[in-house]
Design a protein around this ligand. Structure first.
Ligand SMILES: [Zn+2]
Length: 213
C-alpha cells in the first residue's frame, strides 16, 4: 500500500530539489505536494528539512484532515493551505509554494503582475493575481488562494510568496518557473519604459492559437 507511493514521494522530493536549485526557494522555505484523489492521500514535503539532504522517504503521506499515514517527520507547516487548495480546486493534483524573489517583490508591494507576455496565457491562464493576506500555516491562506485561482494556475500571496498548481507535478513546477520569469521581465520592462499589456484582440487570437477557452 505504501510502497506504491514511493514513485510519487520521489517525484515530490525531486521537484522540491529542482525548485531549490532554480532559486525559487531559499533555505528550507517553500513546499511541494501531490494529491492522489482516488485514495485521498497527499504526499507533501516535510517541514524544516534541507532540500539537499531530503530523501523520498522524508516526503510525508497524509489525508487532507491531517491524519498522517506515513513518515517520521512533520509535514510542511503549509499543509493546510495545500489541503484547502485540493478541496477547492477539483482539477488540481499538485501544488507548489515558493518564495521566488522577483514575483514575491510584487506580492510585497501588493501589485498583480499584468498580462504582458504571450506565454502567460497558456501557462498561467492570464495575469497573475494576488491572494489577500492570511497567516502562514492557516486554512484561510488556502481559501484566499482558491479565490484568486478561480481562472488561473498561479497567484501571489500578499507579503509572502507564490503558489502554482497543476494536474501534475511537472506542470505545477513549470508554472512556478514562469511566474518568476514573468515577474523578472515585468520588472525589467518597468525600468526601460512603460509596459504595455496584451490587447483584448491579441488575447483572443492567442486563445485560438493555444486552443484555450
Ligand atoms: Zn511560505
Amino acid at each position: 500500500m505504501i510502497e506504491k507511493y514511493y514513485e510519487i514521494q520521489e517525484k515530490v522530493q525531486k521537484t522540491a530539489l529542482k525548485s531549490y536549485e532554480q532559486n525559487l526557494v531559499a533555505g528550507t522555505s517553500g513546499n511541494v505536494s501531490y494529491y492522489d484523489r482516488e485514495n485521498a492521500i497527499m504526499a507533501i514535503t516535510a517541514t524544516n528539512l534541507d532540500y539537499k539532504i531530503m530523501t523520498p522517504e522524508d516526503v510525508v503521506l497524509m489525508h487532507l484532515d491531517g491524519e498522517i499515514i506515513y513518515g517520521d517527520l512533520r509535514p510542511s507547516s503549509e499543509w493546510q493551505m495545500h489541503a484547502e487548495i485540493y478541496r477547492g480546486l477539483s482539477h488540481v493534483n499538485s501544488v507548489i509554494h515558493t518564495h521566488s524573489p522577483r514575483a514575491t517583490s510584487f506580492a510585497v508591494v501588493h501589485e498583480d503582475i499584468p498580462l504582458i507576455l504571450v506565454e502567460m496565457l497558456p501557462f498561467i491562464g492570464g495575469d497573475i493575481p494576488r491572494a489577500k493576506f492570511a497567516l502562514p500555516g492557516s486554512v484561510e491562506l488556502g481559501k484566499e488562494a482558491v479565490i484568486a485561482m478561480q481562472n488561473r494556475n498561479a497567484c501571489l500571496l500578499e507579503n509572502h510568496g507564490v503558489v502554482a498548481v497543476g494536474t501534475t507535478l511537472d506542470q505545477a513546477y513549470i508554472r512556478a518557473v514562469y511566474v518568476e520569469d514573468a515577474a523578472k521581465i515585468y520588472h525589467f520592462a518597468r525600468q526601460v519604459g512603460e509596459p504595455k499589456v496584451l490587447s483584448n484582440e491579441n488575447i483572443d487570437l492567442l486563445r485560438k492559437k493555444y486552443n484555450l477557452k
